[in-house]
Design a protein around this ligand. Structure first.
Ligand code: 6R9
Length: 664
């Protein structure tokens, strides 16, 4: 069978029926953690509702007496007089309750057969030694620690050991450059960096530590020690400040008594890109963050501690990995899979093989991955037994209805509900999503704010509206427990970025949104991606979705390029499905195809949305977290020199696109 055959045998238009919805299946609803009355409870008593979740999901060393303190907006305090230890909640208490033998992490390394099962008791032993090892290096409450590791269990152990000591961690994604690591460790004034010799990537060891050495050799560093995990065993330059992780843990005392910290003690800093060049150090505190991470993992991912095998495919270097690999699932005591490598190493069915081998029940991933699998063809997952899957999740960008339906059918067997979860590094945890077992699912829409969260859509003047199909700005109208507490070291930038666009009553998320006729919320991409063409507001995401609904299109990215007559013009970049690539290469065919796609968009959305240009490309520029870098495409569309490409996952992509342009 040729790659992609299954997809082409079944044209997508057969899957997509306008307005098709999926009511909860009775069996699922009967066992779901989320229930409809949560909405009413939260509505009736917002602070009381969250206090109840904080007591249900967490163990407090000192119980809190106050839920929210909003006396100094926009600086929130939640459960402020309570005390707890995040690591104790994620690890110790499960062991104390007699569940030490339960597997916490099924680790699957990229090299085949390189697997390790880590129980909660193992995790407990490791975090105690790691906390002692860090303390031996002088780390204590309030000291920051940078973590720069591949997807290996030590990454979770390192984060938890920091939490145990009250030392905020700042995880820097292992794919970032030495330069990025340098600016982040400096901004956070990290005392220690935890890294590894390397990790496995696409079938080969790939060094990590040289980037740490380069970052620290700037000379102006706050870092005193580097703890190095031995992962690949490759040769590593050794400096005086370096200490092997395994040696430090071996030497360290085996038990560590955890101290409780105040609920508002900072748990971590995580850098995210903003509108300016300087990344923002988003920081989160302990009690509120952990409450919402655990609650959402329970009611949205529907984890059941004793029966589920959960797998979130994100990297620990992103907020999704923080909330939904480390803090949420471990606090809930679930068993999860952690995979080190890429989805196509050594073959394109690797993920589905893992699902089959570990009988994964819940899979949480990103639309970009789903669309990649669509491109590879449905015959690949079809080779594996994936009947264990009972819930699927999506995060990171809008999931277009076609990808949703493909995911539902070919991964979820037509039975597993999909939760499309909207949230941000800043929000700390899921904010807008269906509740599985409760909500009737509508492909492509994240639907509505979960119980305890209040969202609205505002127009340009800051007026809330609910008119269907009118595009506006998403805002959050009430403080929530896992909200960011600020930008590290820059309270003014915090106020200005999030609390000034519509005044201090509204948290400005920076995303465009609309309601549909059913009152469901559709997220339409960042507002900087909302285009204005001849006075009409158009969303990049909507046009992309229209393009992807064409049976020949695998993936699309749309940008608004400056246009003298219309203000902005729609420019699209399209990757074709494998089986149509040759057709487009035939003389004359490419032009016809472009016309066909332009007409398709006109048909789907309206003539105003017809792209001015469509470029057929073989790759799209993406960040390492899988987000399309539209800024670079805008440079191409506007005929400018392409800007900074250092945050691209693969920096050669822009060369490919430019070469494609000059030869076409
Ligand atoms: C968790 C995460 C946040 C931005 C956010 C939005 C986009 C995330 C989405 C979504 C539509 C969803 N986004 N989830 N857009 N539907 N389900 O991704 O955090 O990396 O900070 O990105 O991602 O644009 O504003 P982060």
């Amino acid at each position: 069978m040729r790659k992609g055959d299954t997809v082409s045998e079944e044209p997508l238009e057969n899957l997509v029926h306008e307005g098709q919805t999926f009511p909860p299946l009775p069996d699922f609803a009967a066992q779901a953690n989320g229930t409809a009355d949560l909405y009413e409870q939260a509505e009736a008593d917002h602070e009381g509702f969250w206090a109840e979740q904080a007591r249900t999901y967490l163990t407090w060393s000192t119980p809190f007496t106050q839920s929210l303190d909003w006396s100094n907006p926009p600086f929130a305090k939640w459960f402020a007089d309570g005390e707890l230890n995040a690591c104790v909640n994620a690890v110790d208490r499960h062991v104390e309750a007699g569940r030490g033998d339960k597997v916490a992490i099924h680790f699957v390394g990229e090299p085949e057969g390189d697997t390790r099962d880590i129980t909660y008791a193992d995790l407990h032993a490791e975090v105690q030694r790691a906390a002692n090892a860090l303390a031996d290096l002088g780390v204590g409450k309030g000291d920051t620690v940078a973590i720069y590791l591949p997807m290996i269990p030590e990454a979770a152990v390192a984060m938890l050991a920091c939490a145990r000591l009250g030392a905020p961690h700042s995880v820097v994604f292992g794919g970032f450059s030495a330069e990025a690591l340098h600016s982040r460790t400096n901004d956070a004034q990290a005392k220690v960096v935890i890294t590894s010799d390397g990790g496995y990537r696409r079938g080969a060891p790939s060094a990590l530590k040289p980037a740490v050495d380069a970052a620290l050799d700037h000379g102006d560093t706050s870092v005193e020690h580097v703890l190095v995990v031995k992962r690949t065993g490759q040769d590593t330059v050794w400096n005086d400040r370096d200490v092997w992780w395994h040696e430090a843990l071996e030497k360290a005392a085996p038990t560590h008594e955890a101290q409780a910290f105040e609920a508002e003690h900072p748990l971590f800093i995580l850098y995210t890109s903003g509108t300016t060049g300087k990344p923002k150090g988003i920081f989160h505190t302990t009690g509120g963050y952990l409450t919402q991470a655990a609650y959402t993992n329970a009611v949205v991912h529907d984890v059941h501690r004793d029966t589920d095998v959960y797998w979130c495919t994100a990297d620990i270097g992103w907020v999704t990995g923080h909330s939904y690999i480390v803090y949420g699932p471990l606090t809930n005591g679930v068993t999860q899979v952690m995979y080190e490598g890429t989805p196509d190493t050594p073959h394109q069915g690797r993920w589905w093989e893992i699902v089959q081998d570990y009988k994964v029940t819940i899979l949480y991933t990103a639309p970009t991955a789903v669309r990649t699998f669509m491109k590879w063809g449905a015959d690949i997952p079809a080779k594996f037994d994936m009947s264990s899957l009972r819930l699927l999740g999506s995060v990171g960008e809008p999931i277009n209805p076609e990808a949703w339906l493909w995911y539902h059918k070919h991964i979820g067997g037509g039975r597993a509900p999909i939760v499309d979860t909207w949230w941000q590094t800043e929000t700390g945890a899921i904010m807008i999503s269906p509740l599985p077992g409760v909500t009737t699912l509508e492909p492509g829409s994240a639907q509505k704010a979960i119980p305890g969260i209040s969202a609205e859509i505002l127009d340009d003047e800051g007026q809330p509206f609910t008119t269907p199909e009118q595009v506006g700005y998403l805002v959050l109208t009430k403080p929530w427990p896992s909200m960011l507490r600020g930008i590290w070291g820059d309270p003014e930038r915090y106020k200005e970025t999030y609390w000034s666009r519509f005044g201090e009553k509204y948290y400005f998320a920076g995303d465009g949104a609309k309601y549909d006729a059913n009152g469901n919320i559709w997220l339409l991409g960042r507002v900087d991606d909302v285009m204005n063409v001849s006075g009409h507001r158009l969303s990049t995401a909507e046009i992309e979705s229209a393009l992807v609904s064409h049976p020949k299109v695998a993936e699309a990215a749309v940008v608004g390029a400056n246009d003298e007559t219309t203000g902005q013009a729609v420019c699209a970049f399209v990757i074709l499905r494998q089986e149509f690539v040759e057709e487009a290469d035939e003389p004359g065919e490419g032009k016809d195809l472009v016309q066909e796609l332009r007409n398709h968009v006109a048909k789907e959305i309206g003539p105003i949305a017809k792209p001015r240009s469509i470029m057929i490309v073989s790759e799209l520029p993406k960040t390492r977290s899988g987000k399309i870098m539209r800024r670079l495409l805008r440079d191409v569309a506007e005929g400018r020199e392409v800007g900074d490409v250092t945050t691209l996952a693969d920096s050669s992509v822009m060369d490919l696109i430019k070469t494609g342009l000059s030869s076409s």
